[in-house]
Ligand binder design. Sequence first.
Ligand code: NAP
Length: 295
Amino acid sequence: MQLLDGKFLSAQIKQEIAAEVAQIRQQGGKIPHLVAILVGNKGSSETYVASKMKNCEEVGMHSTLIRFEPTVTEAELLDAVQQVNDNPDMDGLIVQLPLPDHINPDRVMETINPAKDVDGFHPINIGRMAKGLPAYVSATPQGVLEMLKRYNIETAGKHCVVVGRSQIVGLPMSILMQRNTYPGNCTVTLTHSRTQNLAEICQSADILVAALGRPEFITADMVKEGAVVIDVGLERVPDASKKSGFVLKGDVKFDEVAPKSSFITPVPGGVGLMTICSLMQNTLKAARREVYEKP
Ligand code: NAP
């Protein structure tokens, strides 16, 4: 078994990004600028956004956090999104999910200029990604692809089973893994909570991507000997023995699945760190107008 080490890879990628930003600065170019909008003060969202901002600063990018109370109206939020769209200094925009119930996340995503949608959630980016056109790809699946690439994991002809069909992880992951490119060319099965015989389907996976948000749901009996196991899950599980009061758990029961796998991601220290790198890579692309010519 080999660990897919997100900590090692993300440090490597951050160095690469930092070198590119330093070069832009040296040449007097536009420093990439990521903006995050955070509504409310839910602990996990606070932590994710703070980490995204901190990482941007560490690689020399500019970052701005715009905060709103949970009582913000949808109109106020859409107005803030529009202001970022209109600001030529701001290259990338993320709106941290989930949003309060009275705000329609689809409306918010559709208001973001696709050229600044570095999370890759806008329908135009999802559609272009599905067609194989230049697009911002959802940060987590993109991070998983980067991991497979950097560990030279063979994907062509393999059976990839994705557990979870969310718009931001499972669905794009399944589309990306079937594309006629590397990493890709898999035969993909996308599963969800209504899937029958889930354990049996998972057992036939050469590459298993768990993205369901059910701590330690994937057990050893569900995994084929030698499978590549990607654990996207990241849940806070209460633990009174910890100072924070919780531990982070993935969707895979790591201790029993690891000995059966050829490669496996740990949680924490796996996919989560890659997600942040993808976001920074996309912000760099946005500043360079690599995906869309005009913002
Ligand atoms: P989500 O929107 O809640 O979607 C969960 C998906 O899993 C749904 O499609 C659901 O099926 C499916 N599912 C739930 N229970 C299932 C079961 N028992 N059997 C089979 N499928 C089941 O979650 P998400 O946003 O994709 O996130 C999934 C996990 O990844 C969470 O733990 C989240 O924190 C984590 N995450 C991590 C990162 C990272 O950077 N590491 C980024 C994003 C998300 P239905 O569609 O039928 O309801």
